[in-house]
Structures are given as C-alpha cells and as structure tokens.
Design a protein around this ligand. Sequence first.
Ligand SMILES: NC(=O)c1ccc[n+]([C@@H]2O[C@H](COP(=O)([O-])OP(=O)(O)OC[C@H]3O[C@@H](n4cnc5c(N)ncnc54)[C@H](OP(=O)(O)O)[C@@H]3O)[C@@H](O)[C@H]2O)c1
Length: 431
Amino acid sequence: MKPPLKIAIAGLGTVGAGTVRLLRQNAELLERRAGRKLALVAVAARDRARDRGLDLSGVRWEADAAALARADADVVVELVGGSEGVARELVSAALQNGKHVVTANKALVAHHGAALARLAEEKGVALAFEAAVAGGIPILKALREGLAANNVKRIYGILNGTCNFLLTTMRETGRDFSDVLAEAQRMGYAEADPSFDIDGVDAAHKLALLAAVAFGTEVDFAGVHVEGIRHVSALDIAFADDLGYRIKLLGLARPTELGLEQRVHACMVPRAAPIATVEGVYNAVVVEGDFVGRVMLEGRGAGAEPTASAVVADLLDIAQGRNATSFSVAASHLRRGEAAPMDRHRGAYYVRLMVLDRPGVIADVAAALRDESVSMEQMIQRGRAPGEGEAVPVVLTTHDTDEAAMRRALARIARLGTVVEPPRMIRVENL
Ligand SMILES: NC(=O)c1ccc[n+]([C@@H]2O[C@H](COP(=O)([O-])OP(=O)(O)OC[C@H]3O[C@@H](n4cnc5c(N)ncnc54)[C@H](OP(=O)(O)O)[C@@H]3O)[C@@H](O)[C@H]2O)c1
C-alpha cells in the first residue's frame, strides 16, 4: 500500500467543514478507491475556539493559514476564499514549494488562474478547482475527459443557485424581487451582502473558468459582459410566462469571428428548453460539442456536501497520481483570445415599456425601431383600461438584431414623453 496522501486544509467554514466530514465519513471508500489513505494532517482557520462539530484530534492546528504552505503535507486545500490576501498568498506559496493545490475559490482562479496554472506546471504539481464551478457538478472533469474529443461550439449554464432560487420563487409566488430577496436573506439562502450573487459577478467568475477549460484560452474575467437580476420584475416574469418563456440568469460563452463571447445576464429561454426546467437552488451546465451534440449536467451548485464532493474528487485524482492539467491544455498552450464586443452581439430581444395610453405612442415606438432597422416580431398590450394619466405596459419582442442598434432604439424610446419609465430589455435565447 502506498503511503497516505497528507492533506492540509485552510478554511473550516461551510466547504472546509463539509470536506473534513466527507474525508471522515467516507474514509474507507476513499482509501479503497485511491489505494492509499487520505490523511488530514493540518488545518487552519481564524478562530480556534469556534465549535465546528468536527473531530480534529491528532490534526495540527496552524494559527497562520499561510504557514500551511510549509506544512508536512502533499496537498494544500484552500477553502478560505477571496481573490487576494491569504488565499492567494497560500496557493502561490504552496505551489512554489511543490505542493499540489485544491481550491474551491472561483474568484482567485478567475483573476489569477493562468499564472497559477503555469506555476503548478513548472513545479510538476496539480492545481485543481472542480469545486469552483457549479459546486457538486463535475463539469470541469467532464470537459477535460469525457468530452475532450470535441470542439465545443458553445457552453452555457445556470451558475448561481441564489439567483435561480430568487427567480424561481418570484415566478411561483408572483412577488417582486426585493421582497423575495429579503426573505431569502432571512432564510439563509442569500448572503447579507448579496451583490456578488445578484449582480452576476459570481456567475461571471465561473463562466470565465468554464470558457477557459472549454476553449483552451487564458481565463479572461475582464472580457465577461456582466449584468445581474436586480432589474427583473414580477411583471416581466408574468409576461415571459405568457410568451412561453422562463427568465434565467445564464452564463454563456462561445467562440465567434469577433473573438470569444462571454456574457452573464438574465435571459428568456423557451419553457420547453431543458435548462428552463432547472429550478430553485439547482445549477446546470450545457455543453454543445461538434461530435457529441448537447450534454447537460444538473445538480447542486453550492452547499457543504456537494462542494465537498467536488473537492474530494480532486483529492482522489491527486492520490492516484492523475495530475490533470488545470485547464484542458497545458498552461503554456492556452491561447490569449480577443473578447467579442457586446455591442456587436446579435440576438433577439424582449422589451417592456410603461407608456401613457395616448394616440400615436405605438407609432412613435415603431418608428424608433424601424429607424434602427430593428425588426419587431410581436407587440402586446395587456391589462385593464388605464385611468387618466396611468401608465400601461407594452411588451414587444424582436427578430435577431444588433445589440448596438437595439440600444440606440431604446435610448430614443426612453426620450419619448409618453414613456414613463426606462425601458426594460431582456435578451431572448432560443436554446
Ligand atoms: N459555500 C459554498 O457553497 C461554496 C460553493 C462553491 C465554492 N465555494 C468557495 O469556497 C470557498 C470557501 O467558502 P465557504 O462558504 O466555506 O466560506 P466560509 O464559510 O466563510 O468559510 C471561510 C473559512 O475561512 C476561514 N478564514 C477566513 N479568513 C481567514 C484567514 N485570514 N486566515 C485563516 N482562515 C481564514 C474562516 O475561519 P473562521 O471559521 O475561523 O471564521 C472560515 O473557516 C470560497 O472561495 C467560496 O467561493 C463555496
């Protein structure tokens, strides 16, 4: 039997504690699969006195997490979080010292992935981050291994469980965004500061990693067009339903003639599309490969257990000597692509206006669209006859059009005296 794989873990919060529990609970199974023990030898967190419900007897406690980079361990597992500070320091130093690194830290890898992967390769060790993308869903492994023979045409997914939970609850209850968010915060489904989730940043971190692995390009977080879901209203969700769509926050990436397109924003997707049926806190990733066609993986994208499942899968690979490249190609072979400008994006749009019901309003809106060569697919006006001075919603959808033209048309429509609120626009993805 090979000697145990010695593991040091920094961070004993949600994911760290879940990882320790998994290593303990499934120890025998892991040992059989790895052909050696997975031995936890050292840990670090901020507060030693905190009761974490973990048996850490015989495990060395380091007051300074960065010291784990020098611990007598084969692998350092970084579960602290943050793109800078102790997480970055520890990961760099551990790699530098020839230790494998496993992390769930999407922010760190989204910002520094290429440099860290190069360092790992130089030192002949693994930098593994399966848990950083879609929690328990083994999508990076699927891309690197089972789907490796394909040219990926497009990859997209529901990458943030909090947003999917909020949008699902809004649709099921008809309640508005702020109301549902406040409840989710009370129930612990959304952070006290939810901006990373609801403004799309967390999904953008994950999309940048997915795109890098799928297309063999350097992680380009700055190249992701990011919008969140604060502007999605109960009214839009109801209209989407009428039109046969669901509203989802998606991350989408694909190579185009203009460069790599990476975008995170609310989308209307046909109700019958497989991804439209992914509800609540669930995540899903769809890969479209040239030979395999469409593959969708669905599962829990966060939480102690699913995330620990991904962390320990990476540890098993290392224990078995399978040091996959961090991305799908060697770090030195990652291409540095251009980012496709969002202005040049082409697609269909849903637009909702709140207008005063006066003669000529619709003609003015239609003229603004016509002047920008935006071709309207349909226009709907619903609801009771408005009282004097009361606004009514008018909804329209377009055929495929250029984003820049759409934005110019919307700016002109917003200036009309009869349009009383900024127009709401949601991109339609016919997936
Ligand atoms: N939560 C999820 O479902 C999930 C899913 C996928 C990926 N991730 C990623 O996993 C990582 C950890 O997330 P989490 O939810 O487990 O976070 P968390 O619950 O906040 O835990 C963070 C841990 O890091 C420790 N820590 C913080 N600053 C430290 C420092 N300066 N020195 C030493 N230890 C420090 C904390 O110590 P104390 O406990 O003593 O305060 C805590 O144990 C993040 O990168 C996150 O993005 C999380």
